[in-house]
Design a protein around this ligand. Structure first.
Ligand SMILES: NC(=O)C1=CN([C@@H]2O[C@H](COP(=O)(O)OP(=O)(O)OC[C@H]3O[C@@H](n4cnc5c(N)ncnc54)[C@H](OP(=O)(O)O)[C@@H]3O)[C@@H](O)[C@H]2O)[C@@H](O)CC1
Ligand SMILES: Nc1ncnc2c1ncn2[C@@H]1O[C@H](COP(=O)(O)OP(=O)(O)O)[C@@H](O)[C@H]1O
Ligand SMILES: [K+]
Length: 516
């Protein structure tokens, strides 16, 4: 079974437009705006308002997103609520479908205001239909003037906000904020999931995401290139339960190369993560002048001079980078790692050195065995010879470019991590939170990935499962600690071990029999 068989697709704006256009060419074209507005109104009625009699403020913009808003307004009004529509466009210049929806709103006696009514009026819900996928993402044109003022005003209200299709101001392809964006409680998105909902500022702006696909039946729907990395997908790529007659060799050998002076902790964290996530043996080659001979808190780790890592046979996975540093001494070790014939994970300063030394970059792209690169946005920017802001402005593209340039598996880390396979398939991670924004969590991720490879997962499976599990571990910690402050990287390891065991052994633990 291929990974994507069980995954939820994510569509770019161009792909959504393609679906819309194909639907419009069907012999009986579906009335998509009517369907979208009705579906959204039902979600608002059933999941948010729970019954009639509410005061609802609807913001309608100049395009078809505004058209959806008119439809929602009409249904909610007909279902016994008091709806106030604030419309920012020119009724004569709106697109045809939106014009019809506006007329239908007038036909039931609806009115429109040019501004949000002043005063102490309180609302039970705000519906955001200002901008959808038509927000201009080509020029980074910011939202200004009255639209900006309205978004500022409703964001400050202590009222639930429902975004139609996508929070206005959020780029549907890139998750960037164009000047300002709605901070929604609930986003009801139509036709398909969009990348911008899940990466960069998306997770901050969207609240809960509900998809209404509008049941469009196309003879040849577009092939997806991106999928969601969610709980369902992660559960389909778990390692198997352990066989009774297994031994440490069954679960593979991981080696970690890094830990120069002042940064041994990074390599130790990666090593501990590999050990606790189930690798059979974990070796560390520390570059530090006075490298400790043993990790007394974790004596199971085998600390060796770096040269010895390359004489160990057989290694299932080599991780190079945690605490490696960028000294001249680190270079030949990295070069040696790049010529190794086991699966290689390249992290942290190993990425920075590759960005600075083109012969290393060449060696990387010519490797015979699989390689996984784990850059955060600044490391990604160095690899692509651009700035961090440019990477963040188009994370989807940056991940793809790195995967293609180096013929590697990639995770571009940060809120809404993007995993990309060498062929260009991308997966958007839905787990994780800002508790992870603390030193060492990246080292832990690399170690977790190494452990999964050692236990027999393929590079794509290990990449996706480790990224999802790492974020899910942090989510679990946050729930248990009632907040996001003060989690440390080692705690991610403990939570991840617990979760992985829960997932793999959810049907019980066979093989451990009661004592006779
Ligand atoms: N078509 C369909 O079948 C279906 C479509 N559906 C719905 O339609 C939505 C897409 O509608 P859309 O294409 O009309 O674009 P939309 O998001 O309303 O925005 C365009 C308007 O915004 C303006 N504008 C852009 N950027 C701006 C900025 N920075 N600052 C200020 N203005 C800016 C732009 O102005 P212009 O660039 O022309 O100056 C134009 O007036 C989609 O998300 C979904 O909700 C559903 O009903 C399902 C069926
Ligand atoms: N706000 C956030 N939301 C989700 N994940 C985050 C957030 N901040 C950091 N992370 C995750 O934490 C990890 C940090 O990795 P990295 O920056 O390499 O840290 P370090 O080098 O200190 O180990 C990555 O997996 C990243 O995706
Ligand atoms: K919107």
């Amino acid at each position: 079974m291929q990974i994507m068989d069980t995954a939820d697709p994510v569509f770019s704006t161009a792909e959504i437009r393609d679906i819309e256009q194909q639907a419009a060419r069907l012999p009986k074209p579906p009335r998509l705006m009517e369907k979208a507005g009705l579906a959204a109104a039902q979600v608002i009625r059933d999941q948010l308002l729970k019954g009639p009699g509410h005061q609802i403020l609807v913001l309608a913009g100049p395009g078809n997103n505004g058209g959806d808003a008119f439809v929602v307004a009409r249904y909610l009004q007909e279902w016994g609520n008091t709806v106030t529509v604030v419309f920012g466009g020119d009724g004569n210049r709106v697109p045809p479908d939106a014009k019809q929806a506006l007329q239908a709103w007038f036909n039931i006696g609806g009115d429109i205001c040019a501004e949000i009514p002043d005063g102490d009026r309180s609302w039970d819900a705000v519906i955001d239909g200002l901008f959808g996928i038509g927000l201009d993402q080509s020029q980074h044109r910011p939202i200004e003037g009255k639209y900006r003022e309205w978004i500022e005003a409703v964001n400050q209200m202590a009222t639930p906000i429902v975004a139609l299709d996508i929070p206005s101001g959020l780029g549907s392809d890139d998750g960037c904020i164009y000047g300002i964006a709605i901070h929604a409680t609930l986003t009801i998105t139509f036709i398909g999931l969009k990348p911008g909902l899940f990466t960069h500022s998306g997770p901050e702006c969207c609240g809960t995401i509900v998809l209404r696909d509008l049941d469009i039946q196309l003879p040849a729907p577009p092939e997806p290139h991106t999928w969601l990395l969610n709980h369902k997908l992660a559960q389909s790529i778990l390692p198997p339960v352990r066989r009774a007659n297994s031994h440490k060799g069954t679960f593979g050998n991981v080696a970690i190369l890094g830990g120069s002076t002042g940064m041994t902790g990074a390599a130790l964290l990666a090593g501990r993560a590999a050990l606790h996530l189930g690798a059979g043996r974990v070796y560390l080659g520390l570059l530090a002048d006075n490298a400790p001979p043993v990790d007394f808190s974790q004596p199971e780790l085998m600390l060796r001079p770096p040269s010895e890592l390359f004489t160990l046979a057989p290694l299932n996975c080599l991780i190079v980078g945690p605490g490696l540093g960028q000294s001249a001494e680190a270079l030949p070790w990295l070069e040696k790692a790049l010529t190794s014939d086991c699966t290689l994970i390249v992290d942290a300063d190993a990425l920075n050195l590759i960005a600075q030394h083109s012969p290393l970059a060449k060696k990387l792209s010519q490797r015979n065995a699989s390689t996984i690169l784990t850059p955060h946005p600044a490391e990604a920017a160095r690899l692509l010879n651009t700035g961090t802001a440019a990477v963040q402005q188009n994370r989807m593209n940056a991940a793809l470019q790195i995967a293609q340039q180096f013929n590697c598996y990639v995770v571009l880390k940060g809120a809404g991590s993007i995993c990309c396979l060498p062929g260009g398939k991308r997966y958007l991670n839905t787990s994780g939170n800002p508790a992870l924004s603390t030193a060492g969590t990246g080292d832990v991720l690399a170690g977790m990935m190494g452990a999964l490879i050692a236990q027999g997962l393929k590079p794509d499976q290990a990449l996706l499962l480790a990224v999802y599990l790492h974020g899910a571990a942090a989510n679990r910690w946050v729930q248990q600690h009632h907040g996001m402050v003060g989690m440390v990287a080692s705690e991610v390891i403990a939570e991840a071990r617990l979760l992985l065991n829960e997932w793999v052994y959810r049907n019980g633990i066979n093989g451990v029999k009661p004592l006779l």
